[in-house]
Design a protein around this ligand. Structure first.
Ligand code: BEZ
Ligand code: FE2
Length: 408
């Protein structure tokens, strides 16, 4: 592949914005240096000079979405978790059946236009596999295990294994198979343990929804609350299959991506930090499903890595990551806006790469050349606010490179 050199006003590296620099890459990032030096080192390279107002970022990484629910617009009920879950159960077949490849590729394209060059797709049925194979992005394909009814778990586990095997047949593509345990309330701990052992054995990335709603916390802690009627009606269960603590213990010593975590307390935070678990922050989904805010300040203070992610269109109105970042910026008023903006950019680049393990998300020698560019509306008066202004003034990015190839 021919070497390409991009020069712009700013390059984001290691949480800083470099001025007067350019980046040379083929499939991988080769070097960041002055344009003169790069031209001298790589005289055959194609050089593109972008505007002085343009910022070059590593491609953004959305660690958590559900493409199979992309057909939802005005079907599912927003406002509160358990009524939403009832509406999912009522309309699931209709939503899944109307979610064809065109609907999913449109969702994938929306992510791309907002600068997402890699994403984690939670797959409940495997019906999104083909769309993910054809996506221009890198995809971590999380085969999801669900099922709390002991009579059903073996069948469901075998179905999960089959999907996992299917998704493991594409070594030449940008797909990486992974495992998702649906949640503490919906997966029997015996099969959850089996899937976790498998993830450890195969060294697969592992994720689970965790402490998403007040109803979940109440059900796991006291076997009461909004979930009581739900479990009695659909699953003839009058108590939870596990406790919050026992569930979290299953993941000890295996860094796991915990999705939502809005209802975690200080003990959970301590345990999450000790085990190097990470958290996916999905502020719009949380708002639409009626949960309280993630304790982000405490998460940052305890050095827990978090990502900002869109969740699926089953609990959102778009998969645009800038919309998600703007929402996150608005709700955490206990964190200074400048620091929060920097943390948010880190959350969709370096942190998200550490979760999905893709060798992307940073503009450093040897990393994949997954690169995006966006242009600020005017000259920034200080470097300190470039994260903030990038988030506030961007709806879609100017260009996207994946493995060095221009895809937008
Ligand atoms: C279950 O299969 O046990 C289940 C699925 C969704 C929500 C709750 C439980
Ligand atoms: Fe989710």
């Amino acid at each position: 592949m021919n070497i390409k050199i991009l020069k712009a006003g700013y390059i984001y590296q290691d949480g800083e914005y470099l001025c007067d620099s350019a980046i040379a890459f083929d499939k991988k990032i080769i070097k960041i240096d002055s344009l003169e030096n790069l031209k001298e080192l790589y005289p055959q390279a194609t050089v593109e000079i972008l505007s002085d107002l343009t910022v070059i970022y590593p491609g953004f990484i959305n660690t958590h979405t559900h493409l199979e629910f992309s057909a939802n617009k005005t079907t599912l009920e927003y406002g509160s978790f358990v009524p939403w879950l009832y509406s999912v159960i009522k309309s699931r077949d209709e939503l899944i059946n109307s979610c064809d490849d065109l609907v999913m590729s449109s969702a994938i394209n929306d992510m791309l236009r907002s600068g997402i060059t890699s994403f984690g797709a939670i797959s409940s049925y495997g019906s999104d596999l083909q769309s993910c194979i054809e996506a221009p992005q890198r995809v971590v394909f999380f085969n999801e295990l669900i099922g709390s009814d002991p009579k059903m778990v073996d069948v469901l586990y075998n179905d999960f294994l089959e999907r996992l095997n299917q998704s493991s047949n594409y070594a030449d593509s940008l797909i990486t198979p992974a495992i998702a345990i649906h949640s503490p309330y919906s997966v029997h701990p015996i099969v959850a343990q089996k899937a976790i052992n498998l993830a450890k054995h195969k060294k697969l990335t592992l994720s689970t929804h965790f402490m998403e709603s007040m109803a979940e916390k109440e059900w796991l802690d006291t076997n009461e609350g909004d979930f009581k009627e739900f479990f009695s009606k659909f699953l003839s269960q009058n108590s939870a299959v596990t406790s919050k603590e026992d569930f979290l213990n299953l993941f000890d010593n295996y860094s796991t991506h915990l999705v939502h975590a809005t209802q975690i307390d200080n003990d959970d935070i301590k345990k999450i930090a000790e085990n190097n678990h990470t958290i996916a922050h999905c502020p719009r989904s949380n708002r639409f499903l009626g949960t309280t805010n993630l304790p982000l300040k405490s998460i940052i203070d305890n050095k827990i890595k978090f990502t900002t992610a869109t969740d699926g269109l089953s609990s959102n109105y778009s998969l645009n990551i800038f919309e998600e970042l703007k929402s996150a910026l608005m709700i955490h008023s206990d964190i200074s806006v400048e620091l929060l903006a920097d943390e948010l950019i880190k959350s969709v680049t370096k942190n998200a790469n550490e979760v999905l393990n893709l060798n992307s998300g940073e503009l450093k020698e040897g990393y994949n050349a997954d690169i995006i560019t966006l242009t600020l509306p005017d000259i920034p008066s200080t470097l300190k606010h470039i994260s903030l202004w990038s988030i506030l003034h961007t709806k879609e990015v100017d260009s996207v490179f994946i493995a060095g190839k221009k895809v937008l």
